[in-house]
Design a protein around this ligand. Sequence first.
Ligand code: NDP
Length: 248
Amino acid sequence: MKRRRALVTGASSGLGAHFAGLLAREGIGTLWLAARSEARLEATLRRCREAGAGDVRPLALDVTDAAGLAASFARIGEAGGLDLLVNNAGIAETAPALEVDPAGFDRVLDTNLRGAWLCATEAARLMRGSGGDIVNIASILGLRVAGGVAPYAISKAGLVQMTRALAVEWARHGIRVNALAPGYVETELNRDFFATEAGAALVRRIPMRRLGRPEDLDAPFLLLASGASTWLTAAVLTVDGGHHASPL
Ligand code: NDP
């Protein structure tokens, strides 16, 4: 970990901030924290420094902006390169499919799928000589479906297949590409919903009968992100209390 240089997208809140803090505690060498708003990265930046990470750098970028991304990755290349990309930036919008307009569909796909593709290809250009790890944060909604989130589920299914396609192409470069597919993790954004009867009904369908906590993802994340799993690529690791396998 001490020699690794990592970039976490969507590091200003939720799981991205959590993964960044975890990498900091594990002693990552260089940590780039990315999101659209540099101001919103401040709290994560501070927590990572408090956790002992010496070299933490904020990076304002929008994963939907190909030209901007090229410039950001050029900066990372000039600073020495990259060993780990955590493709975590993502958005979810909830609406019945018949009410999703083309712009809404594009917003979700552009961020969750095309954005992850652009970051992965930029990262792979930097990793080509020396190898590295790309961890795509997918979702069990890339493997199963739920009502009201069709574009999100479609984007995550695409991300799962992208993981396999890029793993196969880039194995020759020593680049491993894996996906973490979390189930429902309780965050501030969804806490109110899970306090409702509909939320409680959803939790009853999880075999382990509870929501995930961000720290439930720590060991599976490190398996994919630490560089220790030298023969693991094209894997999709579901971490969800058994939810994806719940009985039909
Ligand atoms: P949050 O909404 O808390 O965080 C999303 C992050 O992505 C923010 O840092 C946001 O920062 C950033 N972001 C959004 N759009 C862009 C963009 N265009 N360019 C750059 N950064 C962007 O979400 P979560 O932590 O809940 O989710 C993180 C990932 O985990 C997502 O991919 C999500 O699909 C996945 N996931 C989450 C689960 C959960 O239960 N929470 C379960 C399964 C998967 P800013 O707005 O400043 O750009």
